[in-house]
Design a protein around this ligand. Structure first.
Ligand code: NAD
Ligand code: DAU
Length: 366
């Protein structure tokens, strides 16, 4: 059994679906179901007895302690977080609460549980009963983090490596940096067997349409403006979400304790290029009724305050040490993604009803 937090969000739900497709091992999914968490993402595993969903907060020490005692997971993968940079600028409080205080309380519950685990060498997989065989040595806490903790690169800087200094610039990235430091400290101080991954921008199915790629697809189809912050020349390094999931599985399997692994697909693109690519794919797959190109909907808007200019991930450590490589190129992944959104317009309509309406369109003023 493994425990996944935030498994109803974008990356977490893709991880849960892939886990259940690839392994027989059951999975406990703890998610607070904020605006970003959506059980519809997990509809295809509804009724699968290997998936146990619990609605709850990672910061609820009593709940997490009880879940750990009852289910005795061998590993925890911590996805749960507030994840949207723009929201962190408009209101940082939730980011501090979940990403810092929540991660701290989760670590406290995990530490108390882990300290009671036996030291014995576990018996082989096939001979174990539930909970048996999990030892202090075999237990893992994998913390899912971001490349944004490293700050912003200039055009000539080398890509972020694991030894780069932390220089977070937004309330979101500062809160993630704080959580990474706590995870590191729990390893250094208490010996908790932790692993941390720092990944670049993900895209793919179930991506909430507040983020650039799904927002542009959604707005294009709805005939709305495609907002480009500033000059649109900011660079992000894109990774198909399923490749991020396979990297996390690999790090969980073979990562060295206390290490951090950068995860990325060597796919740096300026935002404007990404938006042009999305427009061209839509022109091909679902042309506008008036025959005009979707790029006519592109609209330049006020820049995000403190906008990081460039992110780029040097993924050579995970490739060299763990033999991980992404399966998708940007070209294959982005086509699949646009097709997924065209095929799942009911999902889009559901997640963009309600609270979404109060958020989108909230742009920055000069
Ligand atoms: P998301 O916003 O789509 O999902 C977050 C999930 O966490 C939601 O299901 C939400 O309900 C849940 N959650 C929020 N607060 C919670 C709490 N207090 N207790 C329990 N559950 C809670 O985020 P995502 O894009 O899937 O990102 C997942 C993780 O990956 C985050 O830690 C994020 O920092 C990291 N990450 C994201 C990207 C990316 O491009 N999206 C890249 C690198 C790293
Ligand atoms: O790098 C990893 C990070 O990637 C993750 O840690 C975050 O959780 C995730 O949200 C993402 O952060 P970004 O800020 O890079 O993603 P976002 O999709 O919000 O924006 C991508 C780029 O597009 C960024 O330069 C801002 C720009 N943008 C975004 C939106 C929503 C626009 O120009 N217009 C928009 O409407």
């Amino acid at each position: 059994m493994i425990l996944v937090t935030g498994g109803a969000g974008f990356i977490g739900s893709n991880f849960v679906l892939d886990w259940l497709a690839n392994a027989d091992e059951p999975l406990l999914n703890l998610d607070a179901l904020t605006y970003a968490g959506n059980l519809e993402n997990l509809a295809t595993v509804d009724g699968d007895s290997r998936h146990i969903f619990i609605k709850g907060d990672i910061g609820d020490f009593a709940l997490v302690s009880a879940l750990l005692a009852e289910h005795q997971p061998r590993a925890i993968v911590n996805f749960a977080a507030e994840s949207h940079v723009d929201r962190s600028i408009h209101g940082p409080e939730d980011f501090i609460q979940t990403n810092i205080v929540g991660t701290f309380r989760l670590l406290e519950a995990v530490r108390a549980h882990w300290q009671k685990l036996p030291n014995e060498t576990p018996r082989p997989e096939g001979e174990r009963g539930r909970g048996e065989g999990v030892s202090k040595q075999s237990f893992r806490f994998l913390h899912v983090s971001t490349d944004e903790v490293y700050g912003s690169l200039s055009a000539s800087d080398p890509a972020f490596s694991e030894t780069n200094r932390y220089e977070p610039n937004s309330p979101y990235s500062a809160s993630k940096a704080a959580s990474d430091h706590l995870v590191r400290a729990y390893h250094h101080t208490y010996g908790l067997p932790v692993l941390t991954t720092n990944c670049s921008n993900n895209y793919g199915p179930y991506h909430f349409p507040e983020k650039l790629i799904p927002l542009v697809i959604h707005n294009a189809l709805a005939g709305k403006p495609l907002p480009i912050y500033g000059d649109g020349q900011q660079v992000r390094d894109w990774l198909y979400v399923k490749d991020h999931c396979s990297a996390i599985r690999r790090v969980l399997e073979a990562g060295r304790l206390g290490e951090t692994y950068n995860v990325g697909g060597w796919n740096e693109k300026p935002n404007l290029d990404v938006v042009h690519t999305l427009c061209s794919i839509l022109d091909e797959l679902q042309p506008r009724a008036d025959g005009k190109p979707y790029k006519e909907q592109i609209t330049y808007v006020t820049d995000r305050p403190g906008h990081d200019r460039r992110y780029a991930i040097d993924a050579s450590k995970i490739e060299r040490e763990l033999g991980w490589k992404p399966a998708e190129t940007f070209e294959t992944g982005i086509h699949k993604t646009v097709q997924w959104y065209l095929d799942n317009q009911a999902w889009v309509a559901n997640v963009t009803s309600g609270v979404y309406q109060n958020w989108v369109g909230k742009q920055y003023s000069v």
